[in-house]
Design a protein around this ligand. Sequence first.
Ligand code: ADP
Ligand code: MG
Ligand code: MG
Length: 546
Amino acid sequence: MDIGGLETVVANSAYVAARGSVDGNAAATMRDKKMRAKLKLPHITVCEHMKSTVDQSFEVMCIKMPIGKRLLQQYLESEDLLKTAGNLWKDIEDYSTAEEKDRAQKAQKMVNKYYDSASKNFCSFLEEKAISRVKEDHKNCRADLFKESEQQLLKHLENKALEGFKGSLYFLRYLQFKWLEAQSVTEEWFMDFRVLGKGGFGEVHACQMKATGKMYANKKLNKKRLKKRKGYEGAIVEKRILAKVHSRFIVTLAYAFQTKNDLCLVMTIMNGGDLRFHVYNVDEKNPGFNEERTCFYGAQIICGLEHLHQNRIIYRDLKPENVLLDDAGHVRISDLGLAIELKDGLNKTKGYAGTPGFMSPELLKNEEYDYCVDYFTLGVTLYELVAAKGPFRSRGEKVENKEVTRRILNDPVSYPDKFSANLKALCEALMEKDPAKRLGFKDNECMDLKNHVFFKTINWGRLEAGLLPPPFVPDPKMVYAKDIDDVGAFSTIKGVVLDEKDKEFYDDFSTGNIPIPWQDEMIETGVFGELNQWGPKGSTPNDLNP
Ligand code: ADP
Ligand code: MG
Ligand code: MG
């Protein structure tokens, strides 16, 4: 074995060993004790001033923020008058992600406990109509059986619990966590492992947050290369969009910081490789997926697109290479460098962006376009997952972009015999040349698309909760990335000098912890539980945090 090969083997084994620690308990054993000790809650006097700066709206503090929600739920448990509402809340969450076979029993129990006026846990804050509807409907066991109740419950909590929560110790505890969250991050908090891939401006490495043990991917953008190739705008757009979206079907940004030479985006690590690799390189003699697998990935991609579109973001670069697999075999979309956010009041945009062979007719014709372009690329992607070739280009065919464009604008797509009638119908509806007739996003959701017969086996509620078992699970011992030598090096950048203006941009970019993923990390790795200790009744949030 040559030195390069040996380097890969050594780097792989360190990475595979660290990766074994991604889930909760094991992560604790991989922590760096010195760095873990630095994560501690401040004395309450240090963060009391934050009362006037943190967002205290119910929606943000108590629903969106994972630690805020936990603390509110603990507060509800501690208050006799609110306990029942807290329990109903937890039971509704449990019901909506339960397997269908368990729903009937859970629904019956909940009806007896909260909906029967004779029960001591009767929830009189629910409107009569909502109560009688649940009583009538509960045998149908629909996923959204308690949706109306949940809305009324949350309104009730906002009216009856928010003020009390803000006056409680649990809120002071929340401020302590928000203070900790706002501390700056530097490279000393992360340990780098092997390179996973190469981007336009730098390498992507596996890395580990030392204090919690959680594994991430660190996408580095070299400052000088960014400046030389005018990459600032793209970098800040990618960062801003990633920080804004929170979906299990899109890679999550957890930290943005800088080092002397690089801007760093620390994101969900996707250890299973990209779909392009799996279509072509895993079983080379028999490339392409069966329809069951395609259906599962397609459904997850749709959830990711729907979330982007609900946030007014057009992705523009969907293709198998940009869809990555995690350890369990779930997929997320990644590489939002070409995405664009629609400006307030505008519903269309313009501009040439995407990958040849995937771009839609309206974009190629330089017309104005909207979210529709992403459903065209979805059609091209699903086609390629099964056919193991693009609909407008054969594999290995040398063809100019101009010819590919001509085909997209004019030619009908032909389908291999192995396509089922349902898949063919779906691809045709997505690769519809007229954007107005194309299947996709309407009335702020993808209802028609989700109801297409090709997806009839998908339980969307369970899929969205991450509970459907994936059709393929990556081998935990395998590294789905190129050998280190084959990743390719960057040329050195000469003649670029960084000045004060550049520094200002880097500081803007380096906002540190992203609140929701940071709070999730604290909860998932057990650090929240370790820090959230309480003394005997009557004590303050400082009592167990000397
Ligand atoms: P660029 O925008 O510069 O093309 P990408 O975001 O596509 O950069 O990242 C480059 C490569 O790094 C990808 O092709 C992939 O191999 C790897 N990579 C990127 N993000 C992740 C991630 N979250 N987990 C694992 N590997 C990743
Ligand atoms: Mg890329
Ligand atoms: Mg990119």
